[in-house]
Design a protein around this ligand. Structure first.
Ligand code: GLN
Length: 446
């Protein structure tokens, strides 16, 4: 914990990962742990962790990257925070993010733009950009992020670290400030696959506070890190190496496949034919869910409230107009439109049907193959400011990560070479609740 704060004071004015530090409490907690140390302690005992700022922490400011929650001090801990406490980790602070997890670069934060530790002129990715940057920069040993359409895997790829989006339902969402409830998952960002497996085990499991958390066993994921992938069947979707995917990303995946082949795996090209609809489907569904979820920020229940208003309706309007940033407003408008009567069938309902087709694409491939492999992103990190004026090119970044959320399956990004001095990520996607195989392949490759 001491080393972590030293690194933060040396590095964070450049990288800008943290929104809130909890130094006094963290040190007190570390000291108390030291005093009770015995040989019963688990593997995560005393280790410093950073949390994305949409994971609520009792008494510790939680902003979700938004001005509307600038002074929000939650009155309870998220389930993952309770589980981390049981595992005896120490939370050193809360990490920057795109407002309400909407974004791919951390430039949508109401507070600051986190920078890529490999090159400070570049974005760290998003929305869990600071969760990845803080681990890459050595400020914390590991962190938690959330992934609705790629927000763990994309920044992990851009920052050269390991990030896993678990199967939907593997990790409780209780205390995760909701963006799109049918897609959101909390997951670990770490330096190694082994660390990642330990951290996932600690935060997983059925939770009576989240009706979508799944009643499935939590295996010891580290037991699957055998290095043995002989006979493993890998599918490589042609859509993941085709148009729109950069030369460097494609080549790095082909090189990785050679490594996996040497280790005894085989691979074949397959198709996920509905991938081309994934982006449109995702932005309709996630924005629809967001428009409903964000209705709770009304100036009455939480955080910011506009002043000098003359009526209740005016208070709602002014609070939301002043409290939300442009990207959040854009999504609320899109979502409200697609859910409104007269448009619901044409947009929301249609998108739900396409989501089912996308899910089925994955199920069909997994009948014959153990994992799906491709790039995490079409290109390495881009420059700060490069895409801010055009939301659509920003959205296109998520084209390879989004289908995984729509299908609900697990996916990891592991470092896979460099382009122009910036890291690239290899994405490994598994069957529902088969994180063990995903980890096994990632570890063998790593
Ligand atoms: N970049 C995507 C978006 O803006 C994904 C965000 C996420 O996974 N939280 O919606």
């Amino acid at each position: 914990v001491d080393e972590s704060y030293k690194a933060i004071s040396r590095i964070d004015d450049k990288v800008k990962s943290f929104l809130t530090l909890d130094e006094e409490n963290a040190r007190a907690q570390a000291k108390a742990l030291d005093e009770t140390r015995d040989n019963q302690n688990g593997i995560l005992f005393g280790l410093p962790i950073g949390l994305k700022d949409n994971i609520v922490t009792k008494g510790l400011r939680t902003t979700s990257g938004s001005k509307i929650l600038e002074n929000f001090n939650p009155i309870y801990d998220a389930t993952v925070v309770q589980k981390l406490r049981a595992a005896q980790t120490v939370t050193v602070g809360k990490l920057n993010m795109d407002e309400f997890a909407m974004g791919s670069s951390n430039e949508n934060s109401a507070y600051q733009a986190t920078r890529n530790p490999w090159n400070l002129d570049y974005v760290p990715g998003g929305s869990s950009g600071a969760s990845a940057a803080s681990v890459a920069a050595g400020e914390v040993l590991f962190s938690l992020g959330s992934d609705t359409g790629g927000s763990i895997r994309q920044p992990a790829a851009y920052c050269g670290v390991v990030g896993l989006k678990p199967t939907y339902g593997r990790v409780s969402r209780f205390g995760l400030i909701a963006f799109a409830s049918s897609l959101d998952q909390i997951g670990p960002i770490t330096r190694t696959v082994e660390d990642n497996a330990y951290l996932l085990e600690a935060i997983s499991g059925l939770d009576e506070m989240d009706s979508t958390s799944a009643n499935v066993d939590v295996p010891r994921f580290v037991d699957s890190l055998t290095g043995d992938i002989k006979g493993l069947r890998i599918a490589v979707p042609k859509e993941y190496l085709g148009e729109g995917v950069g030369e460097e990303a494609r080549n790095s995946v082909l090189e990785a496949l050679k490594v996996l082949e040497k280790l005894g795996a085989t691979w074949e090209e397959v198709s996920l034919p509905h991938s081309k609809y994934a982006l449109a489907t995702y932005y309709l569904l996630s924005s629809s869910e967001a428009s409903a979820n964000l209705s709770r920020f009304d100036g009455v229940r939480y955080g910011y409230r506009a002043e000098n208003v003359e009526s209740l309706i005016e208070m709602y309007k002014q609070t939301r107009a002043q409290g939300f940033g442009d990207e959040v407003k854009r999504r609320i408008m899109l979502g409200t439109f697609s859910l409104s009567s007269g448009y619901y069938d044409a947009y929301y309902k249609k998108a739900q049907k396409v989501r089912t087709l996308i899910k089925k694409d994955f199920e069909d491939v997994f009948e014959k193959y153990d994992v799906i492999v491709g790039p995490t992103t079409p290109t390495p990190a881009f420059k700060i400011g490069e895409k801010t004026s055009d939301p659509l090119t920003m959205y296109a970044n998520d084209i390879l990560t989004i289908p995984v959320n729509l299908a609900g399956v697990p996916g990891i990004s592991v470092p896979c070479g460099f382009a122009n001095g910036l890291p690239l990520g290899l994405q490994i996607i598994g069957k529902h609740f088969d994180e063990s195989t995903v980890y096994r392949v990632a570890h063998a490759y790593e």
